[in-house]
Structure formats: structure tokens, C-alpha cells
Design a protein around this ligand. Sequence first.
Ligand SMILES: [Zn+2]
Length: 76
Amino acid sequence: MGVVFILVPLPLTLAWSLPLLAGGGIMCVASLFMAEGAGPVRPPEGFRFCVFCSTLVPDGSARCPQCNGLQPPEGA
Ligand SMILES: [Zn+2]
């Protein structure tokens, strides 16, 4: 961060506007992807997320293969 400002001998206004513009562009792109996702991340078909470590757990599995955490009953 500091190195960038030392290497860019431009007026402070321009030096500040560039990262702000880049950040704004990233936010716009990110918001587009967020809208496409339609809310929180959904697990793939036949899987669900471990309630303890968020690892993908097969729907029929009672325990998480990653942390061995006991999963709540299906449909809960
Ligand atoms: Zn787990």
C-alpha cells in the first residue's frame, strides 16, 4: 500500500481517485454476482453444510467427515 504511493509521483487527488475507482468497480462487479447468486450460498444437490465447520456433508450422513460433528436430523 505505502510502496504504491511512493512509486506513483502523482497529485494526491489522482493517487486517491484511482484506488477508489478500482474499489467501486470491484464492488459493482461483486454486487452483480451477489444478485445472481440469489441470497446465501446453497449446498449442491444431495449435500448440506456441516453446522459446525460448514464442510459439505452427504444428506444421509449423520456425522461430518471433516470434524465428526453430529448433524441435526434431516429436514431440521
Ligand atoms: Zn464439520
